[in-house]
Write a protein that binds this ligand. Structure first.
Ligand code: OAD
Ligand code: ZN
Length: 291
């Protein structure tokens, strides 16, 4: 087969695939449905913050020194070496706190404001821990996986807001992600961040691998999922449960789901709309907000 024939065949194949898939990419039809919806959920993942310079989880960038990020984000790693895990989180807090929200965050915040004025419900359920939705002005945000802006006491379990950077003197200038000969942290435990109530060691308020989500948070999210009549899915690989089942559950009830991602295809065939591209560009356009 020569190159020309193969090119024509590929083009036809793409057209047939698009024809077969049921999703639409028409901004005007999406907007018409969105503006009538009464209970909207925006489900967001790492991709919504990618244009703010925060690395996503899957793909490159999942390493810190010679550790997989997913291996440090565990209760076992913290038990074994709290100083090393705190160095890793100091690094992540530093990135998040020095980043600024992008147009995708702002578009969601502005659309929420508009819904409020019109007496409609708009909630964000995010898997991100960077706090950028709040910093963009969103009010109704459920942080499913916790937040880098909070700490939890290992003893009395008090949850406190803490945006100090560095969070303690000993972590200043620590957490270099490529330092080669510093696999072990030299920081003594009693110099790590402490609880403002009882003085014990605190940990980042993050749901680590192998841990349960906070029951109250998940309950709130589930009840929003049950009543949603429209769902927007932005920048998530949709592989981590329970977040991965929220949008398909809404689609199964026959309600419209619109996905925004840089992938070629939507995460599910049941989604009504799919907008391919960087969400900092596609989302403001789709929501029709003036930034
Ligand atoms: P992932 O890193 O798995 O997926 C990021 C998604 O964003 C991918 O589908 C990308 O194609 C998409 N993406 C990247 N840049 C984008 C852009 N500019 N515009 C639109 N889409 C873009 O991140 P999550 O799905 O959020 O959990 O990962 C879910 C959870 O897995 C995380 O919360 C974390 C991790 O394990 C915990 O830490 C508990
Ligand atoms: Zn305490």
């Amino acid at each position: 087969m020569n190159r020309l024939t193969r090119g024509i065949l590929l083009k036809n194949l793409r057209a047939i695939t698009q024809e077969m898939s049921r999703f639409q990419s028409d901004y005007a039809s999406f907007k018409k449905i969105l503006d009538k919806a009464q209970n909207i959920i925006a489900l967001t993942g790492a991709g919504v913050s990618a244009e703010s310079g925060i690395p996503v989880f899957r793909g490159a960038g999942g390493w810190w020194r010679n550790h997989r990020a997913t291996e440090l984000a565990t209760p076992e790693a913290f038990q074994r070496n709290p100083a090393l895990v705190w160095e890793f989180y100091h690094y992540r807090r530093n990135i998040a706190f020095n980043s600024i929200p992008n147009n995708a965050h702002y578009a969601l915040a502005l659309y929420e404001e508009r819904c409020k004025q019109e007496g409609r419900q708009f909630h964000i359920i995010t898997q991100n821990v960077d706090g950028l939705h709040f910093r963009a002005g969103s009010k109704e945000v459920i942080e499913l996986h916790g937040s880098l802006t909070k700490v939890k006491c290992t003893k009395c379990k008090f949850i406190d807001v803490n945006i100090d950077n560095p969070i303690c003197e000993a972590l200043k200038d620590k957490g270099d992600p490529i330092a080669k000969d510093t696999n072990e942290s030299q920081i003594p435990i009693d110099e790590l961040p402490k609880c403002s109530k009882c003085g014990s060691l605190v940990r980042p308020y993050i749901v680590w691998f192998g841990e349960m989500l906070d029951p109250e948070t998940i309950e709130k999210a589930m009840s929003l999922v049950e009543t949603a009549d429209m769902c927007i899915v932005v920048g998530t690989s949709s592989v981590v449960y329970p977040a991965a089942m929220f949008a398909p559950t809404i689609a199964e009830r026959g309600k419209p789901v619109a996905e925004f991602n840089i992938n070629e295809e939507p995460a599910s065939d049941d989604f009504k709309f799919y907008f391919n591209g960087k969400c900092g560009i596609t989302l403001p356009k789709a929501l029709g907000v003036n930034l």
